[in-house]
Design a protein around this ligand. Structure first.
Ligand code: GLC
Ligand code: CA
Length: 556
């Protein structure tokens, strides 16, 4: 497998609203990112992915776009963007944008026009259906954010489709004009020098003919079988790649909603020329049984190993994956998969070692490099995320859970956990802004912040720097042949990896106990490349791993 710049490079996701506020209005902005480019460079990341920065009424924080070729006013101006791109490239980093092409905002001119009449030239940019016989929605499809996926337009008496909020009408990709509009928007940014796109919910763009009712199954199955992987999705992606992405030195990173390890190859096998890589939801959702807020299960390491294994084997020499353990849609990585109290620093570092040594691209979400944790929001007044609010409000009607329980569920899994302002220092609001931020800062900024960790050689931040730097020197971290060790061990994740003349052994303790771990006596460890503890007790091919200890050994 050849390692191009976009495969080797570490991708760092910025959620601009929460990153850094340069003009003290409580909202992060583009100038704020520019101020922190040297920091990002020092982190050894290579590719910055910006969550949407386009004009938007912010019903879903920018994932509802009202103009694809303009900048959200709170974030700054086009000049600010041009400067950001220039400064990023100047430092040898790349920049990718978030392409939200499944839907736009109901405030987009296309939808404003479409609503005017049934024969408006933009009507066919969206999905319209007559009501069902009883006057209700045309089918039983549910929005990802609760309630029906159809909204009645009173003027025409027809329903339009919105798989997300009702302010996010789905675009009709069957219409070649819609596709051309999206491609032109992509060209607009690529011509400026942007290096690619992360593609929001891209497997949803082709809808099933006749909009058939969804079967009575779990929501994940319904996504796979009804909403995602529609009949023309591969045709559209091929067209998009041929006509746009492949014309530039750029790449596509897809959000793989509804994709499983069996059909992943159809999207990312390199000879198919559709997408360059995707991240899937099996890891991100491995503690979520069905609904986002309900039925969470305890984290299970063997289950996680199985997920990594089956995906790795499914794509091995044919396609490319990106690995994400967190993003703006999930609770914080260290709170979900590690221990954010007694082994906070150890587990945050160990999780990075696991991520950095899996095959595929490494995706880091802002704030994970200092081990930012979940926040406890004391009142629903403090909740900002539309998904959490919809869940809360629906529950006010159904009364399935007490209000306190509903808030507790939001605090456990809700998206605001990952969206609190970045904690730059111990100053007010974590140094993010002098103004009250749009979403509360996590009060633990006094203890967890960039400034403090920058000075501490043993901090999570400096560990990230070291690991990312080492990953650049050893291609085997990025891609290699795997050999699992003690696969069924519920506490230790260990594997050997080989690529050309490089060989490493990775051993990770996921428990709070000290554990002995023995490896093959024919192996000789020549050097401890990285460990998250100062010492590693290793003798005669046996090591004692401290709680949450993670090590990478170089073998020969
Ligand atoms: C993706 C985004 C999420 C957004 C949704 C609708 O899942 O990551 O934040 O709400 O798509 O655009
Ligand atoms: Ca601002």
């Amino acid at each position: 497998m050849e390692l191009t710049w976009f495969k080797k490079g570490t991708i760092y996701q910025i959620y601009p609203r929460s990153f850094n506020d340069s003009n003290n209005d409580g909202i992060g902005d583009l100038r704020g990112i520019i101020e922190k480019l040297d920091y990002l460079k020092s982190l050894e990341v290579d590719i910055l992915w910006l969550s949407p920065i386009f004009k938007s009424p912010n019903d879903d924080n920018g994932y509802d776009i009202s103009d694809y070729c303009d900048i959200m006013s709170e974030f700054g101006t086009m000049e600010d963007f041009d400067e950001l791109l220039k400064q990023t490239h100047h430092r040898g980093m790349r920049l990718i944008l978030d392409l939200v092409a499944n839907h736009c905002s109901d405030e987009h001119r296309w939808f404003q026009e479409a609503k005017k009449s049934k024969d408006n030239p933009y009507r066919d940019y969206f999905h319209w259906r007559k009501p069902a016989a009883n006057g209700g929605p045309p089918n039983n499809w549910k929005s990802f954010f609760g309630g029906s996926a159809w909204e009645l337009d009173p003027l025409s008496g027809e329903y339009y489709l919105h798989l997300f909020t009702k302010k996010q009408p789905d675009l009709n990709w069957e219409n070649p004009k819609v596709r051309e509009e999206i491609y032109n928007a992509m060209r607009f940014w690529l011509d400026k020098g942007v290096d690619g796109f992360r593609m929001d919910v891209i497997p949803l763009i082709s809808k099933r003919e006749g909009y058939p009712d969804a079967p009575k199954k779990g929501f994940r199955k319904i996504i796979e079988e009804v909403y995602a992987n529609g009949p023309r999705v591969h045709e559209y992606l091929k067209e998009m790649n041929t006509n746009v992405v492949s014309q530039y030195d750029a790449f596509s990173l897809a959000e793989g909603v509804g994709i499983n390890h069996e059909n992943a190859g159809l999207y990312i096998n390199k000879d198919r020329k559709e997408l360059d890589m995707l991240y899937h939801f099996d890891v991100l959702e491995c503690t979520i049984v069905n609904g986002k807020f309900e039925e969470s299960s305890v984290f299970n390491l063997v289950n996680l190993k199985n997920i990594f294994k089956k995906w790795r084997e499914a794509v091995h020499e044919k396609g490319w994956l990106a690995n994400a353990m967190g993003n703006h849609d999930f609770a914080r990585m260290v709170s979900r998969f590690g221990n954010d109290t007694s082994y906070w620093s150890e587990s945050a570092k160990m999780l990075l070692l696991m991520q950095a040594t899996q095959n595929g691209s490494l995706n880091i979400y802002q704030g994970d490099e200092i081990g930012m944790t979940n926040i406890v929001l004391e009142s629903v007044e403090d909740v900002r995320d539309v998904q959490s609010l919809n869940f809360y409000n629906e529950n006010l009607e159904t009364k399935r859970y007490s209000n306190r329980d509903a808030l507790e569920m939001i605090n456990r899994e809700g998206r605001d956990n990952a969206r609190t302002p970045i904690q730059w220092s111990d100053e007010i609001n974590g140094g993010f802004s002098a103004h009250t931020p749009w979403l509360k800062a996590n009060p633990n900024y006094a203890v967890i912040n960039v400034e403090k960790q920058d000075k501490d050689k043993d901090s999570i931040l400096n560990f990230y720097r070291k690991v990312l730097k080492t990953r650049k020197q050893y291609d085997v971290f990025v891609h290699g042949d795997f050999e699992e060790l003690e696969f069924n061990n519920p506490n230790i994740y260990a594997y050997k990896k080989k690529r050309e003349n490089e060989e490493i052994l990775v051993a990770l303790n996921f428990s709070e106990e000290e554990i002995e771990f023995k490896f093959d006596t024919s192996d000789v460890a020549s050097e401890i490349l990285i460990s998250n503890y100062e010492n590693l007790n290793i003798e005669n091919n046996q090591m004692t791993l401290k709680p949450y200890q993670g090590v990478v050994l170089e073998m020969n």
